[in-house]
Design a protein. Sequence first.
Length: 371
Amino acid sequence: MKQDNRAPSARNRIKRTFGMLAALCAAAMVAAPATAQEVTAPQERAKAQSWIQTLSPVEYRGVQLCRTPIIAELGSIDYPQAESVGSATYPKLCVFHDPQQAIDALRGKIPEAMKRIESQERVEPLSTANWVEYREAFNAYDNTHDAGSEGALDPHTEALFLTFFDIFENSSENMVIAQAAQVLDGKRAKLQLDTISEVETELSPSQGDAVSDSVQGDYLQQQASPLRQLNRQNEYQYAFRYAVHPNSSYRYYKDNDCTNFASQIRRAGGEPFHLPTWGYASGGGTTAWVNANAFSKFFGWKSWTSDHRKFSTWLAPGDFIGLDHGIDGSCDHIGFVVATGSDRGNYRDYQVAQHSKNYVDWVSSNQNTWE
């Protein structure tokens, strides 16, 4: 699912979608006790509404989703029919037409890289049954092999992995969209997620990603806080202090902590909790606190482009930026801009604080690979 899904760890990675992120109780008198369905139905509808809005892809104006050269290397794409509830329509994410064929294509292109991951991370060969475990193994391997080091993945290999998992996971997310639509339409009492436990785990609050004007392409940019002006100095101080060594006061999601860290930065800047949507309590964050796509939708996109040169000139300290690995309309990773620098020719340098990988560094360095 779209929780975090980390930034690349190799130089000159394929361009991706970015985003700068601009966000009861009733008492009874003497009456018969409420039935379980009467108690849970409103809660299930609220959860379904939240999840269906989080998972449904953003429509980038002028950009056909899931049409990239990397995806074309892996197989053909299907666009499932959207779900309709009353007057509302909820689009689904694109999927591989033949998932097994996509797996075979990936192994056919990068067999040695896959063998290294399987050997070092002790994971079985990639299949439709173990893709979640395999993605975790890939993340762990990639996060421990810096660009230029022995065993590091080259940019194209990394792009193939990131795009494959971004599209492959969409079948599970589409199942949740379909179930959520049935709950909202009164055809199902609650979400049944036993068959897609990964989605349930990553969207669970205990585990804790309004689009505006668009610019055609892949990179995106932040809107102002919906409620107040943030204290940028506090954000910068927090970002520098905890970029490499996470704050022990918060739960740390190894290899998947980017949005959790971004939320902490925003909180340090003075953003109040917006519960139940965005916030942190009892050792975990809400969906929008830990999930890149929910975070981006809550606070909103400002603009996007596939031109890194153009993107770099938009940036200012205090911006949150994001990636969409497969350009499928769902944000996968979040970072925070702490400074902008000199012109490097094909882009203007900028410094990013992020987790998974954990660093605060300039794009011109070997460690930062946002370009």
